[in-house]
Design a protein around this ligand. Structure first.
Ligand code: OFO
Length: 174
């Protein structure tokens, strides 16, 4: 059993994760349209991951006898000024998600809700990894540069990072 206040806060987190999934899907489409297939694959995977983050909370709310709400999602932008700008937007969104998870933990402490506190620990680790991943990509972009020919090399780097992340995930599940 969770409080109504906690239920509302967790449903708001569902909405944030759902928006991330939708935003990253829109980004995958944009990457495809500008010929960056490696980055498109990476953003598709990120989008799927965000949906799974949303579903974890959805199931948790049901498990603790609350009402999980399917969120209305606003339309994410279709176009991005540059690949650097796109990944900066991802990084900023991830920071927003991290801050929101921290706020949920504050609420757990306020309410002595040890069960939800325990449930949210997974998100703390996940957010640290996601922020580090996006910083790595932005650092690579800084090194490679953003001229027209750089896009090819950036895309190759993102594809390689995607492969590493996939392998790490498979190892975790084994
Ligand atoms: Fe689920 O927000 Fe990113 O990881």
């Amino acid at each position: 059993m969770i409080s109504k206040k906690m239920e509302k806060a967790l449903n708001a987190q569902i909405e944030l994760e759902a928006y991330a999934s939708s935003l990253y899907l829109a980004m995958a489409s944009w990457c495809d349209r500008i010929g960056m297939g490696g980055s498109a694959t990476f953003m598709h995977r990120q989008s799927e991951e965000e949906r799974s983050h949303m579903m974890r909370i959805f199931h948790y709310i049901s498990d603790v006898d609350g009402t999980a709400i399917t969120p209305a999602i606003k339309q994410p932008p279709l176009e991005y000024p540059s690949i650097q700008d796109m990944f900066t937007t991802v990084y900023t969104h991830e920071q927003k998600v991290t801050a929101s998870i921290h706020k949920l933990l504050d609420l757990c402490n306020e309410e002595d809700d040890y069960t939800t506190h325990n449930f949210l620990q997974w998100y703390i680790t996940e957010q640290r990894e996601e922020e580090a991943l996006m910083r790595t990509i932005l650092d690579k972009i800084k090194i490679i540069g953003t001229g027209a020919q750089s896009l090819y090399f950036i895309d190759k780097e993102v594809a390689a990072i995607n492969k590493q992340a996939e392998a790490a995930e498979a190892a975790e599940q084994a």
